[in-house]
Design a protein around this ligand. Structure first.
Ligand code: FMN
Length: 174
């Protein structure tokens, strides 16, 4: 069980406003994105939107951007890559950013979408708030479903994220 570092009152004064932008072919990444969104909603504002339906102007007022993508060909999808490229640098520099992917489990797959998105962001001058994370689909089936326990792991990851963003915002405020 994760330790809670910050009180609800502390969190409320900081007003987290998270946007989760995801791609998903078979629905697995979407399910993870939804669980991250519902977990973050306990601590502030959070909404998720599919990558093809988001415009970079929607990032106005957002202070936490979470990018989620299925791994395809050991990297992010072209749609996610284009979205990242389209984010204006001046907006991006003010955001806390985190990335996750879904993929097969196993050592054979050396590369995946989340570290690749992190690399793309680094070339744009942006570091991640926490390391990229992977969630796994069952036994090499591209349609999924997700492995048992992955939605719960996504909720835990979102919880850690909410703690990090609170700590980050408190540090910026002081
Ligand atoms: C065209 C294609 C390429 C894929 N390439 C990889 C890969 O390189 N590594 C990996 O671990 N999984 C790979 N997968 C499995 C996907 O990551 C998995 O289907 C995905 O997590 C499902 O997410 P979604 O339901 O959100 O589309 C691939 C799947 C497809 C359809």
């Amino acid at each position: 069980m994760l330790e809670i570092w910050f009180s609800q009152d502390e969190r409320k004064t900081l007003k987290m406003n998270a946007l989760i932008v995801y791609d998903s072919q078979f629905g697995n990444t979407e399910r993870i994105a939804q669980r991250i969104t519902s977990t973050l909603s306990e601590f502030g504002q959070a909404r998720s939107v599919r990558v093809g339906q988001v415009h970079s102007e929607e990032l106005q007022g957002v202070n936490m951007l979470i990018l989620g993508c299925p791994t395809q060909g050991m990297r992010q999808t072209p749609a996610m890559q284009s979205f990242i490229t389209s984010i204006p640098r001046e907006l991006l520099s003010g955001l806390s950013v985190a990335c996750f992917d879904t993929r097969f489990r196993g050592g054979f797959w050396k590369f995946s979408a989340a570290p690749s998105m992190a690399k793309q962001l680094r070339t744009m001058g942006v570091g991640l708030l926490i390391p990229p994370e992977s969630f796994f689909v069952k036994s090499m089936k591209k349609e999924g479903p997700l492995l048992a326990g992955e939605l719960e792991r996504a909720a835990s990851w979102a919880h850690v994220l909410s703690e990090k963003i609170t700590a980050h915002q408190l540090a910026v405020k002081s």
